[in-house]
Design a protein around this ligand. Structure first.
Ligand code: DP6
Length: 350
C-alpha cells in the first residue's frame, strides 16, 4: 500500500472572489488575493492511500463520515485529472508502479467547523490535491496543481501556497492560465496577524457557489465592482511588498464592503453579515479613528464571522477592544480546539 498525508491551511481573501464566468471549469469573473493562515490553527489534513487489493471504486471520508465520490462532481474531476498526470509519468517510466490504476481511499479532517464561512472548502480541496500529488509523486509545480484545486473549489487554489497569494483570473477559455501564485512569502511580512472572531459556527444559509451565481445573474452593481477590482489587485500587491499596513487595511475593508454590497444587490438579496458582524465593523472603525491611524482591518467571507488583520505590535489593543465589546461565553473560549484527527475505522477496510 502507498500512502501520503498532507495538511493545508485556510486562506482569507482581502480581494474577494465572487462570481464565475465558467461554472464547470470554475473560472472567476475577477482575480483575487488572500493571506494563507498559519498551519497550526485552521487546517485540513488529508490522507490518501492506493492499493492493488482495494475493492473497485474510490472512497472518501470527510470528518469521519463517508461521502459519495461522483465521477463528474468536483472531487471526481480533481481525482481524474491527477490520475491522468500520474498515468503520463507511468507511461514515460515503465518501472513505476501503476498507482493510477488502483482504487483510492481518502480521509480528510478539518480541525474547525465545516462550512461556517471559515473557508473549509479551500483548505479541504487544497489538502486533497496536495496529498494526491504527493502520493503520485507528481512533478507539477504548486501553480500547476492550483489549476486542479481550482476545479474543486475556486478559493482552494490559493491554499496551495503560504503567505500572500493571488489567483489570476486568466483569459484563456480552457482555464490554463487561471492559476494561483505567491505575491510575497509569510517571512516577507511576518508581523501580520489574523484574528478570527467566530460569530456563529452554524452552517451558512446560502452557499458561496449558489450565492455567487445568483449575483452574476442578477446584480447590476457587480459590473461596477469588476471595473474596480483590477486596480485594487495592483494596489494591494504594492502595499504587501512595501509593508504598508495602512493602505493594505483600507483596501481590505473596502473590498469586503464591496463584496457584501453586491450580495445585497443580488435578487433575492443575500445577507451574510448579522448584527454582531456589523457591530464588529463599527468597533474596528472606531478603534482606527481613536488611534489616529489604521491599525486593524476587518473582512468577512460568505458568513457572519470576522477576520481582523493587524500587525503584531497592535494585536493586543485589537484583542482588548474585541474582548471588551464582545465578551466570550465560557464554553466557546476555544472554538478551534483541535478535533480528533484519528482515521475512521472503515478507512482501514478494503
Ligand atoms: C467569499 O471558493 O467557496 O470566500 O468556487 O463555488 O467553491 P466555489 O466557491 P468558494 O468561494 C469563496 C468565496 C469567498 C471569497 C474568497 O475566498 O475569495
Amino acid at each position: 500500500m502507498y500512502e501520503a498525508t498532507v495538511s493545508a491551511p485556510v486562506n482569507i481573501a482581502c480581494i474577494k472572489y465572487w462570481g464565475k464566468r465558467d461554472t464547470k471549469l470554475i473560472l472567476p469573473t475577477n482575480s483575487s488575493l488572500s493571506v494563507t493562515l498559519d498551519q497550526d490553527h485552521l487546517r485540513s489534513t488529508t490522507t490518501s492511500r492506493v492499493d492493488e487489493s482495494f475493492e473497485k471504486g474510490d472512497r472518501l471520508w470527510l470528518n469521519g463520515k463517508e461521502e459519495t465520490v461522483k465521477e463528474d462532481g468536483r472531487l471526481g474531476v480533481c481525482i481524474k485529472e491527477l490520475r491522468n498526470w500520474r498515468k503520463i509519468e507511468e507511461d514515460k517510466n515503465s518501472s513505476l508502479p501503476k498507482l493510477s490504476q488502483w482504487p483510492l481511499r481518502i480521509a480528510s479532517y478539518n480541525n474547525f467547523p465545516t462550512a461556517a464561512g471559515l473557508a473549509s472548502s479551500a483548505s479541504g480541496l487544497a489538502a486533497l490535491v496536495a496529498s494526491l500529488a504527493k502520493l503520485y509523486e507528481l512533478p507539477q509545480s504548486p501553480s500547476e496543481l492550483s489549476l486542479i484545486a481550482r476545479q474543486g473549489s475556486g478559493s482552494a487554489c490559493r491554499s496551495l501556497f503560504g503567505g500572500y497569494v493571488a489567483w489570476r483570473e486568466g483569459s484563456k477559455e480552457d482555464g490554463s492560465d487561471s492559476l494561483a501564485e505567491q505575491v510575497a512569502s509569510r517571512e516577507d511580512w511576518p508581523e501580520m496577524r489574523a484574528l478570527i472572531c467566530v460569530v456563529s459556527d452554524l452552517k451558512k444559509g446560502t452557499s458561496s457557489t449558489s450565492g455567487m451565481q445568483r449575483t452574476v445573474e442578477t446584480s447590476t452593481l457587480l459590473k461596477e465592482r469588476l471595473n474596480i477590482v483590477p486596480g485594487r489587485m495592483e494596489e494591494i500587491s504594492k502595499t504587501i511588498k512595501s509593508k504598508d499596513f495602512e493602505n493594505f487595511a483600507k483596501i481590505t475593508m473596502k473590498d469586503s464592503n464591496s463584496f457584501h454590497s453586491v450580495c445585497l444587490d443580488t435578487s433575492p438579496p443575500i445577507f451574510y453579515l448579522n448584527d454582531v458582524s456589523k457591530s464588529i465593523i463599527q468597533v474596528i472603525e472606531e478603534l482606527n479613528r481613536s488611534s489616529g491611524e489604521i491599525i486593524a482591518a476587518y473582512t468577512f467571507d460568505a458568513g457572519p464571522n470576522a477576520v481582523i488583520y493587524s500587525l503584531e505590535k497592535n494585536i493586543g489593543k485589537v484583542l482588548g477592544v474585541i474582548n471588551k465589546f464582545f465578551p466570550q461565553a465560557e464554553e466557546s473560549k476555544d472554538p478551534f480546539k483541535t478535533k480528533s484527527e484519528d482515521l475512521p475505522e472503515s478507512f482501514n477496510q478494503n
